[in-house]
Design a protein around this ligand. Sequence first.
Ligand SMILES: Cc1cc2nc3c(=O)[nH]c(=O)nc-3n(C[C@H](O)[C@H](O)[C@H](O)COP(=O)(O)O)c2cc1C
Length: 399
Amino acid sequence: MAARSGTGSGPDVWQNARPLPSHAPSGIRRASASRMLNRLKLIAKQLLAIVWVRRAYEGTLRAVLEVLAANRLFSLVYSVLSIPSFNREQFAVLRGRRDYYRNLGRVRATRTELRRNVHRLEKGILMQPRRPVFALDYLVETIEFYERATRQHADGADGDIGELTWAYGVLGSYFSIVDGANPVVAGAKARYEATRAQFNPDDNGKVPYRRADSAQSSASYEDLLSLAQRRRSVRWFEQRPVPRELVDQALLVGRQSPSACNRLPYEFRIFDDPEMVKQVAAIPFGAAGYGHQVPTIAVVVGSLNHYFSPRDRHVIYVDSALAAMPFMLALETLGLASSVINWPDFEPLEAKMQKALNLDYDERVIMLIAIGYPDPEGLVAYSEKKSLDVIRRWNDLGR
Ligand SMILES: Cc1cc2nc3c(=O)[nH]c(=O)nc-3n(C[C@H](O)[C@H](O)[C@H](O)COP(=O)(O)O)c2cc1C
């Protein structure tokens, strides 16, 4: 992924108001490909509206699925046949892993490897009982990550100062509590102290703290329940701009969400330039019929270059969804409404969005979110939720 500057919480999250890449010579080809796709969609819809066609299609599909889903061996056949559907995702995971390592030496605004290890140190610090020495298996690499980050900072590169200050504080806290007689610890500590020439913030308070010392929240359960009930997917908006400050305020809430190893592997790419909103909202299928009057749209993009292992390939989806929900709730508190727009893993749309947003292969769109002031006269779907007895099971091993 190309290096980006900025911390992600300030105005830098906004896409500059320049037209999305038009790729001029290929623009016409793209427009006709898009028309072709829409035509195919229409033909498919018309065909499936014929009862016997739908029955024949579903019958054939069911028969194939019955065979291929019978066991994992048969599913191998499916894996081969479905390469076109799944290859993009596999490629993205692989690219992400490659770029994780390539990025280690690059100038970046944020360092995922440092975040992960500082997070691990914090967990070691708060462990009960705490061990006299811990983290020996990754201490030296953490110091190397930190040295690179501080060197980059000293060279004047834009970076997330909050992240660096957190690393500084946690490393300092670690060295103050572990057994300094250990030679690995002693060596790492000396290197840490040497970095003060590059980065020596006054603030060393970004360290583990007693729960009892954290600020109380005045939000009650009733407040939260009524907010959750008030938030519904709103698809019809007033035609007035959404203040950027409000979206930023909502993002401050969203980013508080849990995130695996505190990596926050996502970006909210937000568009409020009317032309750009129109272009972006026209890409997914899910905003058909109402996308044209969406005032602001966010494309939540997860990056797989945060992970060296394929076992973490789902984390971008989990982390982004966890951030998106409080973001939308926060919008609601600010008088704004929103609706998620589905992002299917469908090659033609993936290719379109990749071009429109200049996405790298390891960047995956998670969802889109339409944002605006709700049209008070617009209807909202009732969308009954499932009853608790259906979604909750206590101590049920499923046998
Ligand atoms: C992953 C996801 C994808 C969605 N895709 C769309 C979509 O493409 N178009 C749309 O109008 N609504 C979409 N929605 C909104 C859902 O239809 C809506 O959340 C659901 O019906 C429940 O209604 P509520 O949000 O008002 O509680 C999506 C929601 C989620 C979480």
